[in-house]
Structures are given as structure tokens and as C-alpha cells.
Ligand binder design. Structure first.
Ligand code: CTP
Length: 319
């Protein structure tokens, strides 16, 4: 499968913002789902033509030095420098090197998880991936607490931790980082301009308090490669969400992939309201035309893969 590289910068106008609808996606069969190993292997092989998640999950230390200039992936005309702290926290080998797991859970942040009682089921997976440092402690009954890898968009520092303005917020942030003990903290530091300081604050805290996390910074080619893979499968995604990035990468390390908390719609299948995030007050307008994401389109794609048995989407309760 070849991809026209110019297509990566084109945007499709028709599919970018389909109206959120749950009718066509509500009928996700969950009882008679069986894993389609053949299809899942095929998807892994196809994805490997575009990226190698083991490599692209992080830039390695040997490839950069402090002071090197990086062009942001989405803001090509803006640059940033590799700071001393970032350099110190670059891994020397891939944090996912030789990792293979039978069953992985990827936990999205939709409010569909509330009252799901899915916590124990999520935690029973061999490898658990979470997004954007979403809180677990207060929600563990529904979302579990185990975390092997968690992402952190720089904007999270502002949105969930008030830009660390006070001692109290710095403490809260530090507590959250400490609770990750041993996990991979995946920081897309070079995607969009504007997050430089936030990343730097986080890295400083990690170093100052010798927080036991394994930091990873995605390669500059990851985003384009992921888009390229989905484009050749006719899924025209402007900017893949963290959740889709995690699924695409997890195919490399995981046999069976189970998705929880993926539901980008304001109503559940029964018509009851669903919060955008299970833990905050962010609204659905957030994903409207101003957002670079195309979550409903991604969701339809994941639903198709669910029906084919390549992955399993869990959108109901777990008891
Ligand atoms: N997600 C979903 N339905 C929602 C909210 C989130 O399916 N109502 C999934 C998406 O795949 C998303 C992931 O859960 O990527 C994590 O949620 P969030 O932290 O909001 O994702 P981001 O992609 O990082 O969004 P943003 O770029 O706005 O920070």
C-alpha cells in the first residue's frame, strides 16, 4: 500500500465534522464478539509499513543533543530547542523494546465510563494505557487504577493542573506523577507550539523529585505516519486523537486490544447524557468545528474494526 505524500497535507472537507450520532453505532454487539487473530495480524503488518511503534514511540538520546533545533510537527515554521532537562530525560532505548502483551486495555476519557463498574476488568489486562493523565483514584471503580503507559499533552498542565500556579497545584501534579511509579509517561512535546514551558516545568519536577517514570517523546514522523496508514484505508483524519494514536501503536505490542472510554457522543445508546470527560466539565462543543479532531469518524472506524473482531470496544457496563 502506497500513500501519496501530498495527501498528508490535504484536508477532506466532507468527513471532518460529521454530526455526532449514536444511532448507527449503538448496536455494538458485545456478547458474541470473537477475536479475529488473522485480521489483527494483518493490521499489525500493514501499520508496520508506515511506522514502527517500537521506534517511533520515542526519540532516543543518541539522536539529539541539548540545543538542537526542532520544528514543530503541526507548526512547521515555529521551532524549539532541546533543553538540558529534556535531553536528560530522553530514553536510551525504546521504552517498549521487546514488549509483547496478550491483552491490552486502552482507556479513553469519555464520560461513558461513569457508573460502568469496568475498573476491575480494565485492571485485569496485561498492559493498561491511559490518556492525558486522567485521574484514576476517585474513579477507580469505573476506570481502574493500573497504568503501564500514560500520555500527557502539554495542555494538560494548564487544563488539569492550573499551570502549576501555586504550591498546591504543583503538589497535586507531583502526586499524580509519583502515582505512576514505573510507567511510561508519553509526552508529545513537539506536536504544536505553545506547550514548551509546560513541558519544561513537568520535566523539572520529575528530575528534582526523582520521580520514577520512564519518559518518552514521540518521534517527529509518528503523526504523519499514522495519518498515512489511516488515509490509505480511506479514513481521512485531520489530526489523529491520542486514543487513535495509542490504538495504532498498541497493535505492535498487543495481541488483543480492548478499548474503554471511547464514546464521543453527548448521549448514550439509551439517550441518556454522557459527559465529554469522565472527570471534568469540558463540553462537547470542544470537539466542534474549532477542534482539529474528527472523533466521530474515528469512532465509526473503530466500530467497524470491532465488528470484524480486530479490536473490542467496550461501551456498556462491566457487571
Ligand atoms: N475519547 C472519546 N470520547 C470522548 C472523549 C475522549 O472517544 N468523549 C477518546 C479519544 O480517542 C481521545 C481519548 O479518548 O483521544 C483521550 O481523551 P482526551 O484526553 O480528551 O483526548 P485528546 O485526543 O488528547 O484530546 P485533546 O487533543 O483535545 O487534548
Amino acid at each position: 500500500a502506497h500513500v501519496d505524500p501530498t495527501a498528508l497535507t490535504r484536508s477532506s472537507t466532507d468527513t471532518n465534522h460529521p454530526r455526532p450520532s449514536y444511532n448507527d453505532t449503538a448496536k455494538l454487539s458485545s456478547n458474541n464478539w470473537t477475536f479475529n487473530k488473522t485480521l489483527s495480524n494483518l493490521i499489525r503488518q500493514n501499520i508496520l509499513r508506515f511506522l514502527d511503534p517500537e521506534r517511533d514511540i520515542s526519540i532516543l538520546k543518541g539522536t539529539l543533543k541539548p540545543g538542537d533545533i526542532i520544528h514543530y510537527v503541526f507548526d512547521r515554521h515555529s521551532t524549539t530547542n532541546i533543553s538540558e532537562n529534556l535531553y536528560r530525560l530522553l530514553p536510551t532505548v525504546s521504552p517498549m523494546k521487546n514488549q509483547h502483551h496478550r491483552r491490552c486495555a486502552i482507556v479513553g476519557n469519555s464520560g461513558i465510563l461513569l457508573n460502568s463498574s469496568c475498573g476491575p476488568e480494565i485492571d485485569s489486562h496485561d498492559f493498561v494505557i491511559r490518556c492525558n493523565l486522567a485521574p484514576v483514584e476517585e474513579y477507580s471503580r469505573d476506570v481502574g487504577w493500573r497504568t503501564n503507559l500514560v500520555t500527557m499533552n502539554p495542555s494538560v498542565v494548564q487544563r488539569a493542573f492550573q499551570d502549576l500556579v501555586s504550591e498546591e497545584w504543583r503538589d497535586r501534579f507531583l502526586q499524580r506523577l509519583r502515582s505512576l511509579s514505573g510507567s511510561v509517561l508519553w509526552i508529545p512535546a513537539f506536536m504544536a507550539k505553545g506547550g514548551e514551558e509546560r513541558v519544561e516545568w513537568a520535566l523539572r519536577l520529575i528530575l528534582l523529585h526523582t520521580v520514577d517514570v520512564r519518559t518518552a517523546f514521540p518521534s517527529l514522523r509518528l503523526l504523519h505516519a499514522v495519518r498515512g496508514y489511516w488515509l490509505t484505508n480511506n479514513v481521512h483524519i485531520k489530526r489523529p486523537t491520542t486514543g487513535l494514536l495509542m490504538y495504532t501503536m498498541a497493535t505492535r505490542f498487543c495481541e488483543e486490544i480492548h478499548l474503554y472510554g471511547f464514546w464521543p457522543f453527548p448521549l448514550d445508546p439509551q439517550g441518556k447524557p454522557v459527559k465529554y470527560h469522565y472527570y471534568d466539565t469540558l463540553k462537547y462543543e470542544y470537539t466542534s468545528s474549532s477542534s482539529p479532531h474528527t472523533m466521530p469518524l474515528e469512532f465509526r472506524t473503530l466500530s467497524t474494526l470491532h465488528r470484524q473482531g480486530a479490536l473490542r470496544l467496550h461501551t456498556g457496563t462491566c457487571d
